[in-house]
Design a protein around this ligand. Structure first.
Ligand SMILES: [Zn+2]
Length: 420
């Protein structure tokens, strides 16, 4: 049946309005501060590439990122889940974590898979934190009531953090609430550290992602209607948190500093995934509307590229706060009030002598192992380290009784190690 053109136009107009347009506050090009931060970050990365051999630095290890989800809701009854309730269900949170892992691992048989030669498995996984900042078991979900019905992404991030926050050196904080002005989400960028450059590190307390509950999770709870309900807003925002820039570089035919994402005139707001083209630098090219760092509808997205991965890996090496978070996650040991050394199973029944070094903050420390005659056999130093596990192969020591000396700042702890 032939439809009147007028009603078709009205329908399209309504659909667009009902779904709103993807609005990621990071792309607000009028914000000079953000733009400057992009420039600083890229200058530093270029230095980094020159300083080190790229091949040797980027080990493709699996990175696991602990996430804490703060649900800031205005539901006085405290009821969890249900239609329109911004005190969203645990299931909605779980659906979001699942999507992150599908997208960042390019999982086969999921919407996060692609066949593109430049499409990559980022080799990054996300999990709800299993220990709170005091080391107690947790689900990684905090529910906080606030009488405020919505929050402004630019002016009220500190307020949001004051309601609930875990150390951003150890957790990726995600604040899920109702955002003002149709924004879907906002993320803070990482920074690197190089000599000779001054950097404005963002306040620890707001380092994370803010996201509207209606764009959080996949087809679950309050995230069911519209084109931004497949969980890709958070995939996109965490891309920023890891240092990625929009594919059009936040300006007309701008640069995202990745060579395998084609030049793009501007963000694509397509909700039907139809091909889009750009005419940048005198050449007509197909836009990569499927890139997570574009503005297309969730269902169009399924790709991070090899260069985006290289960029993220470089940033994770140089960004102090991100590196701390990843290292801490690797060991997942508690902070203590003072330096404590715990020798595990002494003598050990395995091929290793193992001891935990528990610190009260990220700190420098060294350990030395001496034989019975007082001769130093092994020593190692660590900088800006969280509490960590040390494993010494018995074969490196031989049988005997050894003295272990651990020093961090002014604190020194001695222990005896038995190697049998
Ligand atoms: Zn964005």
């Amino acid at each position: 049946m032939k439809k009147p053109i007028l009603s078709l136009l009205i329908l399209v107009f309504l659909v667009i309005n009902l779904n709103a347009q993807r609005k990621c506050a990071v792309g607000d090009a009028s914000d000079e501060k953000l733009k400057r931060r992009h420039e600083i970050l890229n200058t530093k990365l270029q230095d980094y590439y020159q300083k080190y051999d790229k091949q040797n630095i980027f080990v493709d290890n699996l990175i696991r990122i602990p996430v804490v989800v703060h649900i800031i809701h205005n539901n006085t009854s405290g009821k969890i889940g249900g239609e329109g309730n911004n005190n969203i269900s645990d299931e909605q949170v779980f659906s979001q974590i699942r999507v992150l892992n599908e997208d960042y691992r390019k999982k086969i048989s999921t919407p996060g898979f692609n066949n593109s030669p430049v499409g990559t498995d980022m080799n990054i996984e996300f999990y709800l934190a299993d220990k709170d900042p005091d080391g107690n078991p947790t689900l990684g979900i905090n529910r906080i009531y606030s009488s405020k019905s919505s929050f402004d992404v630019f002016d009220e991030n500190t307020l949001l953090s004051s309601l609930s926050y875990w150390d951003s050196n150890r957790y990726l904080n995600i604040w899920v609430t109702t955002l003002k002005d149709d924004f879907l989400g906002y993320a803070e960028f990482p920074v690197g550290e190089f000599d000779g450059l001054e950097l404005e590190e963002v306040d620890e307390a707001i380092d994370g992602v803010m996201i509207d509950h209606r764009a959080f999770g996949s087809k679950t709870g309050t995230s069911t209607n519209g084109v931004y309900t497949h969980g890709r807003t958070l995939t996109h925002e965490i891309g920023h948190w890891l240092g990625l820039i929009h594919t059009w570089g936040d300006e007309y035919c701008g640069d995202d500093f990745c060579n395998d994402t084609p030049p793009t005139e501007s963000g694509n707001l397509s909700i039907k995934c139809t091909p889009k083209y750009s005419n940048c630098r005198g050449t007509r090219t197909l836009n990569m509307i499927e890139n997570y760092m574009d503005y297309t509808a969730d269902s169009c997205m399924n790709i991070f590229t090899n260069d985006q991965k290289s960029r993220v890996r470089a940033i994770l090496e140089v960004s102090k706060r991100r590196k701390r978070l990843i290292t801490n996650s690797e060991f997942n040991l508690p902070q203590t009030e003072k330096l404590i050394v715990k020798v595990l199973e002494n003598p050990s029944s395995t091929d290793y002598l193992q001891f935990q070094i528990l610190l009260n903050a990220f700190a420098n420390f060294n350990y030395e192992i001496f034989d019975a005659s007082g001769k130093q056999i092994i020593q190692a130093s660590f900088e800006d380290s969280p509490s960590r596990l040390i494993q010494i192969p018995k074969i490196d020591l031989g049988k005997g009784i050894y003295n272990l000396r651990v020093k961090s700042g002014e604190e020194i702890v001695y222990n005896r190690l038995i190697s049998q």
